[in-house]
Design a protein around this ligand. Structure first.
Ligand code: KG4
Ligand code: ZN
Length: 361
C-alpha cells in the first residue's frame, strides 16, 4: 500500500443487517478488506417471515456503536487512520437508513472526516472490483431481496438500466415461497437447499414475461402459481415441498437466462469493440450456486465471462459500502452533511418506469 491508498469505513443499515467494515483501495484500484463486521437481525425477524421495519430500526440503534468499534478494532486502526466514511443513504427502509446516516454524519462532523452517501445498489454493483480487476463497462445482473435489475455499469456513478422487475424482486419471491411452505426465513438459501432434492421438471410453473419482448421481469404471478400448487396438493409430503422448490427455481432460472441472453446481445450492440463481455451477478440471490452454475454453463455459448463475488460479499455487508465509498472518493464524489436518506433511489434515474411497476428503486 502506498501514500495514495484510501482507507474507508463503510456503514450499512438499509435492511436487517447492521454492518461496518474497513476497506483500503490503492490508486491503481486494488482492494483489501481489513475488517468486515455484520450483526444480523435474522433471529429477530424470523417469526414474522420477513423484516419488520420498526424492529430493524431499533436493533440498528442498539448495536451500531459496537459494530463500528469492532470494525476499527479488527482492522487495528483508529479514526485517525480513516480517510472517508461511506454510509448507505438509500434505497432501503427509512428508519434503518436514518440510523446509519445520522451516525455517519455525527462521526464525520466530530472527526472532520469526509462523508460519502452510497447507493446500496451501487455498492452491490461495484463489489466485484474489490475482489478482481474488472474494467468498465460490464453487464450486471443485480438480484436481491428488494431488486431485480439488469444494468450496464459504464463507470462509477454511470449506470444504464436495461430491465427491472415490474412487481416482486427475485429474492422476495424465494422468501415468499419459503413462507408459503413454512420453511423459515430468509427463504433463498432454504429453498435452494430443498430444491436440490426435488424434481425440477415435476411442476410446469409459468415463466413470466418470457415472451414480453423486453428485458423486464415479473415474479408475482409465479408466487401465486406456487401458492395454488400448494393449496392443490395439501397435505404436502416433504418430497412434494422439495419438488415445488425445485420447479419454482427452474422457472426463475429459465426467466433469468432468457433475459440475460437478450441483455448480452444488447450490450454487444452497444459495445461492439468488447469481444468477450464481463457479466457480473451481484446481490443476495447471487449466492445461489444453482443459478450461478446454470448461467456459467451457458457462458461459452453466450460469449461472456461470468463473475460473482464470494458468498459473504453477495448478501448485505459493510465492505461493499466501504468499497463503493472508496471508488467514489477516488473520483472526488464527496458529499456534505446536508445529504438526506433516499428510501427510493434508482441507479439509473433516466430509466423509464417499467409498466405496472411497484418498482422498488
Ligand atoms: O442483497 P441482500 O442481502 O439484501 C437486499 O438488499 O435485499 O439480499 C437478500 C435476499 C433475500 O431475499 C434472500 O432470500 C436472498 O437474498 N438470498 C437467496 C439466497 N441467499 C440469499 N436467494 C436465493 N438463493 C440463495 N442461496
Ligand atoms: Zn442488498
Amino acid at each position: 500500500m502506498n501514500n495514495n491508498t484510501l482507507t474507508v469505513l463503510g456503514i450499512e443499515t438499509s435492511c436487517d443487517e447492521t454492518a461496518a467494515a474497513i476497506v483500503q483501495r490503492t490508486s491503481d484500484g486494488q482492494g483489501t478488506i481489513l475488517s468486515n463486521i455484520i450483526n444480523s437481525q435474522i433471529e429477530k425477524h424470523k417469526k414474522y417471515g420477513g423484516v419488520v421495519p420498526e424492529i430493524a430500526a431499533r436493533s440498528h440503534i442498539s448495536v451500531i456503536e459496537n459494530v463500528i468499534k469492532s470494525s476499527l478494532n479488527d482492522a487495528k486502526l483508529s479514526f485517525n487512520d480513516i480517510n472517508a466514511i461511506a454510509v448507505t443513504a438509500g434505497p432501503g427502509l427509512k428508519g434503518g437508513l436514518l440510523v446509519g446516516l445520522t451516525t455517519a454524519k455525527a462521526l464525520s462532523m466530530a472527526r472532520g472526516i469526509p462523508l460519502i452517501g452510497v447507493n446500496h445498489l451501487e455498492a452491490h454493483a461495484l463489489t466485484i472490483r474489490l475482489i478482481k480487476k474488472i474494467e468498465f463497462p460490464y453487464l450486471l445482473l443485480l438480484v436481491s431481496g428488494g431488486h431485480t435489475q439488469i444494468l450496464i455499469v459504464n463507470d462509477v456513478g454511470k449506470y444504464e438500466r436495461l430491465g427491472t422487475t415490474i412487481d416482486d424482486a427475485v429474492g422476495e419471491a424465494y422468501d415468499k415461497v419459503a413462507k408459503l411452505l413454512n420453511l423459515g426465513y430468509p427463504g433463498g438459501p432454504i429453498v435452494e437447499e430443498q430444491a436440490k432434492r426435488g424434481d425440477s421438471k415435476k411442476i410446469k410453473f409459468p415463466r413470466p414475461l418470457i415472451y414480453s419482448g423486453d428485458l423486464n421481469f415479473s415474479f408475482s404471478g409465479l408466487k401465486t402459481a406456487v401458492r395454488r400448487e400448494i393449496e392443490k396438493s395439501i397435505p404436502l409430503t416433504k418430497h412434494d415441498a422439495e419438488n415445488i422448490c425445485s420447479s419454482f427455481q427452474d422457472a426463475v432460472i429459465s426467466v433469468i437466462i432468457n433475459k440475460l441472453e437478450g441483455s448480452i446481445k444488447l450490450f454487444k450492440i452497444k459495445n461492439p469493440k468488447i469481444t468477450k463481455p464481463d457479466v457480473v451477478i451481484a446481490g443476495g440471490v447471487a449466492s445461489n450456486k444453482t443459478i450461478y452454475n446454470s448461467i456459467n454453463n451457458l457462458s461459452t455459448k453466450f460469449g461472456v465471462t461470468l463473475h460473482v463475488p464470494p458468498q459473504g460479499l453477495c448478501t448485505d455487508n459493510g465492505a461493499m459500502v466501504a468499497w463503493a465509498g472508496a471508488e467514489r472518493f477516488s473520483k472526488n464524489h464527496i458529499d456534505n452533511l446536508s445529504i438526506e436518506v433516499k428510501p427510493r433511489w434508482p441507479l439509473d434515474p433516466e430509466a423509464k418506469a417499467a409498466i405496472g411497476a411497484g418498482v422498488k428503486a
